[in-house]
Design a protein around this ligand. Structure first.
Ligand code: ADE
Length: 257
């Protein structure tokens, strides 16, 4: 399999080391499951001061990233992906104005062969660059970060985890919970009593069917109390009679959300 090709436009290329050097994504990068090339718009500035930003037309605070250096950089990224045989690499711009990231979007993006990420800084990017070059604008949540790099890394991490072979058997199991549209159940490890708090009895019973039922009930109950929006979606997709019964029982036991 060819590596999943990531090209990232960023003023701070070293930040991306966080995904290539650590943990599960670090292992996937070393195993050439994905590759990550950075392009610094500063290297494509048209002046000796390497300027890439200017003040906004119409006034107001801060600076705006100029279209030209970004467009020159993206041309290089696109040529590189073309050489890899990726004819229409999708361009993703990370910004709070984008569509909010979901697991479904992550899955869809992971099915392609490569992506180009554009990380903005300052007040944003000249809109003409976005109109000309960007296919999708994505937000990772309703809050403002200091730049798109951390958001791009969130997306790359989530995408890489979906590529077959990245997760070992023991790691992929813990994905099941979001995939079934529910929050994860609580986890416990040794010791059995920690500062007076016991591990739930059922988990040390050795009865696998009871454990599975308890975990499903915890997942349903937590989703009901913490993420009613997710539970609504789950209900609209249909819950089994068993799931309905477990949730009703959880509600009876807990009463308030
Ligand atoms: N850049 C700044 N804030 C962001 C956010 N919430 N999501 C994606 N990119 C961003």
């Amino acid at each position: 399999m060819k590596p999943f090709a990531c090209d990232v436009l960023t003023l701070f290329p070293e930040m991306l080391n966080a995904v290539t050097q650590y943990g599960i994504t670090g292992r996937a990068w070393k195993n050439r499951i994905f590759e990550l090339i950075t392009w610094n718009p500063r290297d494509f500035s048209n002046n000796s001061h390497r300027t890439i930003d200017d003040s906004p037309y119409g006034g107001g605070p801060g600076m705006v990233m100029m279209a030209e250096p970004l467009e020159e950089a993206i041309m290089q990224a696109k040529s590189r992906q073309h050489e890899l045989g990726i004819i229409h690499p999708e361009v993703v711009y990370l910004s709070p104005q984008g569509k909010k990231l979901t697991h479904a979007m992550v899955k869809e993006l992971s099915l392609g062969s490569g992506l180009i990420f554009v990380c903005g800084r300052y007040e944003g990017v000249d809109e003409r660059f976005i109109v000309r070059q960007v296919d999708r604008e994505i937000s990772i949540g309703d809050y403002v970060l200091s730049g798109g790099e951390i958001a791009a890394m969130v997306l790359i991490d989530a995408i890489v985890r979906q590529i077959p072979g990245v997760l070992g058997d023991s790691e992929s199991a813990n994905q099941d919970s979001f995939v079934n549209g529910l929050l994860d159940y609580p986890h416990y490890t040794r010791p059995e009593i920690y500062r007076g708090e016991h591990v739930p009895e059922v988990l040390i019973s050795g009865n696998h069917a009871h454990i599975q039922r308890w975990r499903l009930q915890q997942s349903l109950g937590r989703t009901w109390s913490r993420r009613p929006d997710l539970l609504e979606t789950k209900i609209s997709h249909g819950m089994t009679v068993e799931e309905q019964k477990l949730l009703e029982e959880y509600k009876q036991l807990h009463k308030t959300r």
